[in-house]
Write a protein of this length. Sequence first.
Length: 149
Amino acid sequence: MTTGRTIPQGPLLLGLAGLLPFIWGAVTVHVPALANWGQMTLGGRFVGPYVQLFYGAIILSFMSGVLWGFATKGEGWIGYALSTLPALWAFFTTGGGPETAAVNLIVGFGGLLLLDWYFWRLGLAPVWWMRLRLLLTTIVILTLLLVLI
């Protein structure tokens, strides 16, 4: 049995599994042999910063949909408008090379965390939401930073 503040096992496990492309990308930047294996086996888009950037844009767009769902609980047009920001951010800022895109994704995930907090504070997200989002966002940002160093 879980309390209202405890992250349910399903969202926690799926959220952690969703970190794998970010972690894999960071590891393949710093372990050339693994990057070579990944490129030969999976293709160039699935190693290094490229997997992180492609997947990061997808996740920001996915999270826009999650926020849209929160907005349906009663925040009105402001909630709907705010919920589109992560997807629009990803669309407009993830070009221009891997370093610039990584920095923009870091900013995007930081902004997403603020939006998560906004919807949570209004009571539109589950009680445990910020615990999960803080954990996942911290790991995403750290793995994106690892690509920049």
